[in-house]
Write a protein that binds this ligand. Sequence first.
Ligand SMILES: NC(=O)c1ccc[n+]([C@@H]2O[C@H](COP(=O)([O-])OP(=O)(O)OC[C@H]3O[C@@H](n4cnc5c(N)ncnc54)[C@H](O)[C@@H]3O)[C@@H](O)[C@H]2O)c1
Length: 248
Amino acid sequence: MRLQNKVAIITGAGSGIGKATALLFAKEGAKVVVANRREDKGQATVEEIKKQGGEAFFVKTDVSIWEDVSNMVEKTIEKYGKIDILINNAGVVRFSPFDKTTEEDWNYILNINLKGVFYTIKKTIPYMINQGKGKIVNIASIAGLVGFEQIGPYCASKGGVIALTRQAALEYAKNKININCIAPGVIRTEMTGMLEDKQQLMFYQSQTPYPRLGEGDDIGYLALYLASDESDFVTGQTFVADGGWTIK
Ligand SMILES: NC(=O)c1ccc[n+]([C@@H]2O[C@H](COP(=O)([O-])OP(=O)(O)OC[C@H]3O[C@@H](n4cnc5c(N)ncnc54)[C@H](O)[C@@H]3O)[C@@H](O)[C@H]2O)c1
């Protein structure tokens, strides 16, 4: 198993990409800390992991609240004594034209998608420094690399995550802490509920050269490589998994 006895915190693991990653990591031997804002969803992920014979527990966490992030990390240390892997996956999106986007929209998106990543890294890194090793994977988006209409704060937040990844990776490479980023294209999850509309589905598929859209596991397997010892010499990078959206 590729993550035998590793302790992995995964934020937003109650659904979509985070849940797929949590199930995969548990199968590969990791003890998974399911951190989610919604308790019902987080607990459901823990139950599924246990059903498949894995080890996991849930911590109710809103990544935009410092006290919650502190509690998430402290509970992990209390239970497992270490943190090997942090997957910063929690994220939200709202659609609106730029001039109709409110300050509240901006703060909501940036606080979760970008400040949340700052908080979790800030709180986790001292433990990883002490351990002499660590793996952090930030889930950004191709919206941090190319423009998308109607999601200004989301694009800015994901561009920020990509920049923060490079910066933090540079600062902590000497501590053998690898910090990388994944930029997914369109993945079928709760976030992409618009795909239930046939016209929207056809539009997003038409923009994706590969003949299907993404699934949670498409990102989970890349996260697995970046969280495992196999990627020790890889840091500060952004890996695009988008079925070819950005190569056109
Ligand atoms: N689905 C896509 O097409 C796509 C594309 C690119 C990037 N992403 C990114 O992938 C990540 C996962 O998204 P998804 O598609 O699986 O969506 P999702 O809505 O299924 O999952 C997001 C999860 O994060 C949780 N969450 C939201 N705000 C939170 C907070 N403040 N604190 C803790 N948990 C919180 C939600 O409860 C949910 O379980 C996000 O960062 C998203 O921006 C998704």
